[in-house]
Design a protein around this ligand. Sequence first.
Ligand SMILES: [Zn+2]
Length: 232
Amino acid sequence: MSRDVLDRRACDRARIARDARLDGRFFTGVLTTRIYCRPTCPVKPAKSGNVVFFPTAAAAERAGFRPCLRCRPEAAPGTPAWRGAAASVSRALRLIEAGFLDDGRRVDELADTLGMTARHLRRLFLRHAGASPTAVATTRRVQRAKTLLDETALPMSAVAFAAGFTSIRRFNAAFRAVYRRPPSAVRRRRARRQSAADTVAARQMRRAPLSMWSATTAAPASSVQASMKAAP
Ligand SMILES: [Zn+2]
């Protein structure tokens, strides 16, 4: 599936050399750990016989790999723009990146915008992106949420909606499916890692514009707690 867009030997050289020029162009799945990484991952590179390559993060996740917590694939630059990808797929990826499939919008509407049938669009995606448009959009939402969990102290409800999820329940389910742990576990990790920087962060949050807090008002902490507990 990805064989026609990724050159295995070039990818292997790039990830062993930690070539930053190819960051975002492909992802490496390590078969022994079932974790996928950016080419620039600081962890000691796995043996060449133990890795597979994917054109997108969504493709790696579809194959059962979870994102590395060290190199943070969600922070890889830009939309993948591999050679050989059809122009319509690139355009669709840009639209998905801009949130076209968020807030409950459907693949049919995306296909209409691109002037093709949903069936044809799905076929092109499987060939060039290694995953369906829906999977790419879900991965992107989870990535946005992960970034917000890492970099802000926003409440869970605000993270979910800002990332493009239509409900906390969907956010929880999608996040767990990708990271094999609830979003709160990632935040605890952050709390431990950044305990020294907490005072600084708190000071900055107090200076944050009012709009950042509007979601807090819309969903009080108690209802967030309740929905979090209700989720599987
Ligand atoms: Zn990594």
